[in-house]
Design a protein. Structure first.
Length: 137
């Protein structure tokens, strides 16, 4: 008899980074994360202002490669073009806004080289920021 599956969701995502301060600033300024530290803990916990996954920033070892090619952090936003424009005003460039056939998304990299995306997928079908709204305008 097989044991029942444990039902546990992902609680946090740990990122290995070379520049904790720059990476903290990136997620705080762009996504509203708040940095929380504890004495004698080298990990910085970034907590979202609202719903979302906390990020743990861990100092990368000297031999560790920066950035992950097979992991992308996706942030749900209603107005992708508006978010990309606001990020640019803060000096954080995103690439082209893409239409994925029902929602929009754009990509960037954080200071540690990790792939980051803002996506309207969670809001698909809603007029604000959806691909349908972009085509109407």
């Amino acid at each position: 008899m097989t044991a029942p599956a444990l039902r546990v969701g992902v609680g946090r995502l740990l990122l290995y980074v070379r520049d904790i301060a720059a990476t903290t600033d990136f997620y705080a300024r762009l996504f509203g994360y708040e940095a929380v530290t504890q004495a004698r803990d080298r990990i910085v916990e970034l907590r979202p202002a609202g719903p979302g996954l906390p990020l743990l920033l861990h100092p990368a070892a000297k031999g560790q490669r920066s950035g992950q090619a097979q992991v992308k952090l996706v942030f749900d936003v209603e107005d992708v073009p508006g978010f990309v424009a606001a990020a640019a005003e803060r000096g954080i460039p995103f690439g082209t806004v893409h239409d994925a056939g029902g929602y929009l998304f754009a990509n960037a990299r954080d200071p540690a080289g990790n792939s980051v995306s803002v996506s309207g997928r969670a809001h698909a079908g809603q007029e604000a920021g959806g691909a349908a709204a972009a085509r109407k305008g």
